[in-house]
Each structure stands twice: as structure tokens, then as C-alpha cells.
Design a protein around this ligand. Sequence first.
Ligand SMILES: [Zn+2]
Length: 375
Amino acid sequence: MFSRSSAAMADSGVPEDDELMYIPYWRFKGVRYACHTRGMTHKFLDLSALALEESFSNLPFSLGFRSQALPLKQITPKTRGRFLRPADAKTVLGRTQQSRSRIQEKSASGFTEDIGETRSLIYSPFYAKDGVLVDAILNRPTGSVPESDQDLQSLPVCRPEKQTVFVPGLCPACGWDLEGSRDSLVLVCRNCHSLWKARDRHLARIRFACARPGHDTDVMVPFWKISARISAFSLSSYADLVRLGNLPRALKPEWENKSLFFWAPAFKIRPRIFLRLATQLTACQPDPALEKKIGTQKHVPVTLPAAEAVQSIRILLAGLSKPLNDHLPALSQMQIEPVHAMLVYLAFEEQHHDYVHPGIQAAINRNVLALSSNL
Ligand SMILES: [Zn+2]
């Protein structure tokens, strides 16, 4: 999860920037999966909520469709105006009905789960005119509530760009330039074969392994390999998974002792493809020879954190369960306790339209992947 500050652009015809007051809103984006007796559905979430400690009757509670429809610009030291200090995202989350806890409902007949939530801060411009607060996007009064307006004027302010922490793009271990796209959560050092992620004000090393690529043209695709304790569900070995999914393979006695790992893409992609890859890999339990070496191949950026991948375990188990309805009550009630997650890059062959892993028979459409960074 990461946060970025940007501001919605004001309508022309509003006062000079210096007179604008920017009100903060937390924006949450992700996919909500719902699993019921009729099967699995999903929808995209794009919610926003007023990020002030208290609510104000003359301020919209959310940005509605604006956060999707309006152009946003990054806030820089040159952006003029008065920016109200945002309340903590957790406080806002706890208060808003729209963004309830991640597991939205759990009952014997189904559950919902939100995955890939990205959090960002959007400032919406307002200004005061003749004792009335005016929405600078629509250039229209929000209501004449002078006493609340007074309160708004006395709220603490901040400079949002100063809250954004920039970490240098140099490898802390060897000083080499780190590689990573704008949306990547992980930076790569190809010199000393290390991976880094921003934590507070510094870069922290993260554990990873790469399957040995077959060709220079292979594409390295990142997945989270997770071990987790599952309660209220007999699911600790590969044999348990084969039984749960009625997988078309003869049970071997040694599978009763074979540890089970959950696999999920470490990148954002359309929900159907995300679920297909997670179930395919978890059903296959890939076990290639691994090395801690970053070759010259292209590495797909990591855009989904491990915590979100853990959230997908319930969904992928639902995708594997056959028949689903028999398992739904247990799936809804089970507790998932992650034990360990490691980033594993698998080598996919680059084909004309797809990246293909012949061993797992998994394919990822190249165009779909390229268009997924904005999900
Ligand atoms: Zn390095």
C-alpha cells in the first residue's frame, strides 16, 4: 500500500491559487470479490472519504465520481494554496461505512474480500466568498454555513509535498543505480543481485528467488509464494488441496506430508486473470530450481504487496473448491494466519501475444499486463 498526494484541478474563473483552500480526501482503489452459492463475482472499487477528524455539513463526504473523472496534478512546492492537514487513513477508514474492514461480510452463504487496495490522498479545492464556501471545481457554493466555515479556517494546515518521502535510487549495498518503474513496489539492483523496497525513510532488502531462465528473451514474472496456517479447515498438505479441489490426479502417499504453498501474482492484473493464475499455480505447486541471481532478462514490476496476496488466499481456495457450495461455510469462517511469504520470479517465454509458462500451462496476455498498472 502506498500513498501519493495530488490535487483536483480547479475550474477556470475561480480566484487566484493563494486564496484556494484544499480539502483532503482519502481514495481507496481495489477489487471486491464476492463469493456466494451462485459462484464468484467481482467489481472494481474506487471510493473516497473526507479526510478530516470531524465531518462538516457543507463539505461533500466523498468525491463521488470526481476522483475518476477529473484530471489530477501532482502537488509540488510550487503549488500554491492552503492545504488542510489530513486525518490518519485508519481513522477515516474506521469511520466510513463505505470502507469497512477488508472482509466485508462473512456468513455460511458467502463472503466478500477486497484485494489490491491502493491508498492515495486527493485534495479538492474550495474557496470562501462572502461567508460562503464555494466548490472551486464546479465554481458553485456548497452551502452557507458560516460557523462551520469558521471552524474550517482554524483547522491545522500542512504542505503535502513535504509529507512525501523520496528515497535515493541507489543500491544501499553497492551504490549501483536501482531499476524500477514508477508504480513498482520493489527496486532491483542488477549489480549485486538484490531487491529493495521503501520502508519509512530508507530502503529495506527483501527476500527473493528466481527460477533459472531458459533463454535471454524470457520474461521474469513475480509471484508471492506464501505459507499460512488455516484454521477450521483441514488444509496443511498438498494431499488436502487435491481432495478440496477434486484435482484430476491420483493421490500419492507422500503428498500427505508435502507442505502446501499458496501462490498469487505479485502484480496487479484483471481479476479473472489474477484468480486464474493464483489457482493454476497453487494447484501445480511449482518447485523449480531457484537462484538468488538477477539476470539480464526483463523483470515484470512488483505492484501487489505480500499482504494483499495473503488476502487472496480465501478467494483462490474458493476458486479451487469443488463443489464450491459444500465448502462455502468453512471458507467463510476460516482464519488465515500467514507464516512466511517470499517473492519468486518464474521464467515465462515471450511469445507473440502472450508470456507463456509451458510447465504450468499458464499464459498472460502481454497487452493486458501492460494496461494493468492503473488498476
Ligand atoms: Zn547493489
